[in-house]
Design a protein around this ligand. Sequence first.
Ligand SMILES: [Zn+2]
Ligand SMILES: [Zn+2]
Ligand SMILES: [Zn+2]
Length: 292
Amino acid sequence: MKFIFLGTGTSHGIPVIGCDCKVCKSSDPHDRRYRCSAYVTTNDSKHILIDCGPEFRLQALENNIREVDAVLLTHSHADHLHGLDDLRIFSTAFSHKVTNPKAIEQMKKPPIPIYTNQNTLKDVKVRFDYVFRTHKQGGGVAKIQLFAPESSFNIGDTQITPIPMMHGSLPVTGWLLSESQNDGSKKSIAYLTDLNYISDSSIKLINEKCGKLVHLVIDGLRVKEHSTHFTILEAMQCAAKIPAEHVWMTHITHENSHEEIIEYIKEQLPNVPGLKNCKSVLPAYDRLEIEI
Ligand SMILES: [Zn+2]
Ligand SMILES: [Zn+2]
Ligand SMILES: [Zn+2]
């Protein structure tokens, strides 16, 4: 399984519009962050998009994304959802002048399944109501189908487990992606963003389902407290309960540079003994590729 971070920034992205701070003006490419999203290619060549924010078109172009077989949504905040219209290109062929065999092939494909939770599903139907009505010809709409699974399911050979979490008072869904190995063992990546609370039962669920957790991606917004996101230290304390080989922070603000976050994590590591067996605890960055 190959996993690309399409975006690792908080809801404003970095640089923030109109901001002259040192991070927004940084020449380090690690300090440019699109809104949070990821693209996964599984061992059996299924292509899974996690969240679909306002920069999805740019992310797809820059990462040469040609296929989307399924989408996993964490929640309905604009920074995770508002690129949904650009799924058109992966799910429809425009009705006029369709002669290209590839386009005809695409028209025959079933709608792209989007997996999320009940409240996000309702919000998608309101926000993108035109997708679910009969519409006039021209332009076209994304061909999508919504599902709200409450337990593990499969996309191809990959087991997907929804993980209930809280983002302030909003229930959101983390995703655990697990692949069986040739020796019968299981390896996983967990993607937990936009949360400031995860219950013991959700942590237990991850630990029971993951086999070997190779990568944990977790919301580590900034150093200062926030009412709906983990701080970097809270993310580290949470990660200590979910033993992973590598821990990656995401949903990062412009308050610290990539380099400063690396240093801050190093300073804090002795205070979080549960992470002593991790091989790395680092901020993620856009276009970083990890794999299992
Ligand atoms: Zn967000
Ligand atoms: Zn700034
Ligand atoms: Zn959010």
